[in-house]
Design a protein. Structure first.
Length: 214
């Protein structure tokens, strides 16, 4: 079934959609992209709820198989298609990859994207007020997150060893929004190895495929 063109449903502004796009690009897989605006009332009427009953993005359709939840989608992409492996073969590196993905979901997404990027960049751009207290509480959490990821990265080029994996692909879209805030760039500079990781990831074709405007 790997010869069937997969369809990715999502929104290009979504970090999780961007993660799935990165996985497809890193594998070199041509796909069809279907834009889904989960905030538009017409989306529910469009039948998308039959694809994703929780009305989130992304979702993937590959032939007769439909899948949602980014972690599951990206593992499926890696295992269903030819191309470079995006999951380490070694037990410890694979465990680290899964740990980093969980860390990003549990402690990164809301802090980096909603509490910092949305409050300091998106809201002012849209004429909405910034919750300064929320931002002030977020930066110490962000520092803890960066310190933890820096320790996991150590001297490796990637978060789960020597090659690009789903860990990097899961984290990169969150960092893409985070670093739009000038104070975030200064905070990231406190962890030079992680800053170098971001420079490395943000130059990859996979990131450029995910970050381009719709």
């Amino acid at each position: 079934m790997s010869t069937v063109t997969p369809i990715l449903y999502g929104a290009r502004y979504s970090t999780y959609t961007r993660s799935a796009i990165m996985a497809l690009a890193a594998k070199g897989i041509e796909h069809r992209f279907e834009t889904v605006d989960i905030f538009a009332p017409a989306t529910r009427e469009s039948g998308y709820e039959a694809i994703h009953p929780f009305m989130k993005v992304p979702a993937l359709r590959h032939g007769d198989f439909t899948l949602y939840e980014t972690g599951a989608i990206n593992r499926y992409i890696d295992e269903a298609f030819p191309g470079p492996s995006l999951q380490p073969a070694g037990l410890i590196d694979r465990a680290r990859m899964n740990q980093v993905i969980s860390i990003a979901d549990s402690y990164g997404y809301r802090t980096l994207v909603w509490d910092i990027y949305v409050e300091t960049i998106s809201n002012p751009r849209d004429g909405l007020p910034t919750d300064e207290a929320r931002v002030a509480q977020a930066f110490p959490r962000a520092r803890t997150l960066l310190t933890v990821l820096s320790g996991i990265l150590a001297d490796n080029p990637y978060l789960a060893g020597n090659t690009l994996t789903l860990a990097d692909i899961h984290c990169a879209p969150q960092f893409g929004y985070f670093v739009e805030c000038p104070d975030s760039v200064a905070l990231l500079a406190e962890t030079p190895n992680l800053s170098a990781w971001w420079d490395r990831i943000s130059q990859t074709p996979a990131w450029h495929a995910a970050a381009k405007e719709a």
